[in-house]
Design a protein. Sequence first.
Length: 501
Amino acid sequence: MLRKDLLRVSRAGGGYHPQFTERAHRPLAARVLGTFADGVGRPRAALDDALDELEPEADDFKLVRGFAALCERDATFETRAVVPPERARRVVFEAAEAVGVVTEMDRDRALARAADRLGVDAESVESSLYADRDARQVLVDFDPRWTPETLLEQYDLSLAQTALFDAIEVRVRSDDPRAVISAVKRLGLMYEVRRTDAGREVVVTGPDHLFGRSRRYGTAFARLLRSLAKTAEWRLDATIDDRGTERDLSLDDGDVSVPGVDPLTEPTYDSGVEADFAARFSALDLDWDLVREPEPLAAGSRVMIPDFAFDYRFTDFRVFFEIMGFWTPEYVEKKLGQLADLEDVEMLVAVDESLGVGEAIEARDHRAIPYTGSVRVKSVVDALRRYEERLVAETRAGLPDELRPEADAVSLSTVAEEHGVSEDALDDVVFPDHERVGGWLLRPALLSALADDLAPGMSLDAAEERLADCGVTETSAVLSRLGYEVVWDGLSGGTLREKSE
């Protein structure tokens, strides 16, 4: 983006038309790049003067300043002074107070006194006084990412982004709508998807439509244009708030492109709320797989793409999950309308308590999970457990009442995996040839053999090695079943002893 004071638009015909560059502006772009390159080693004031001399050559002085603003991002300025400026000012002001500066001669005396204290000459003190001011900082390096051609491209992209910062609403069509929707969601923008005769249209709420215009939201909104411009064919129509007057802006793939240099990195999630939830949920060992940006859902004449979906691992069952974190009244109403139009869909909705719409969501047959600040994973897991109770019962119905594994020792998780069910589904299954010990199934003969091999006073390491020979990794439950407990002796390890009554 450019600064708002560098925006160049035409309002001809009541529209809002960014004034993009033309091929004829290439020499000017080259001159600006050259001015920066020639300015290395000189103060910023000299660079600014040289750029000012280019302004008469341009159709609009803002064009030169826009090019310069982009080039300055690749320029490095630093303060060059014999004495750190803040220290020089402090010592000089103290000397001036002691001398009582009234005349030019008094000033020279104060500088001389300060120079003595600082151990330098008066000229060095004077040059250091304000060396940290912008105008006196020195351009020490200029490593441009742009050629004259790509500088024109970047300027046009930045100009369009600046124009869109005042957007109330943006409507986007693209040959790759899923890529656009994915970018919208990653950037944390409020949106909806409409089905039109021309295909899907993504409608995005603009920065100017928020109660309190957010710089973060506006910056994310600007990044959307960059993502959109990477698709082959696209069109964008926006409603702009031009100082209280609504105007129409239209862009397509012929207006804006993305220079092939240093693309901006887009965040994976639209907000810390989603990222935090995804990280914490994925760290749990649950029977649900978290899916980011699942398939679109038909909601009447529109389309809704929830933030997440939960897939149950042991059968074809999906629960969708939406996090409502923005709170313009219109956006909330649209979301509620979409939820009401969803049919035959299981949906959980985490809703910021400040919205006050939990009851409205529940009334639409979806489960509302209130949150403040961050979504509690436990609340979501508890909601999923309700589905699990039914799903476990359904998968259990497909199992026989008895199972007879061939191995002498086998974990319940292995048996569950072999039958494509959760461990909970095995709760009511009978294993005639085995005894359940913790999360394992062990034949009585194996338990008897282990009882003969273990003895009080045996080290825990030796006992674990014996169990491992049988393929058993759950030590504590088996030892307890055989009547042992572990006594710990500092750092030297554990020893078996018979359990006390």
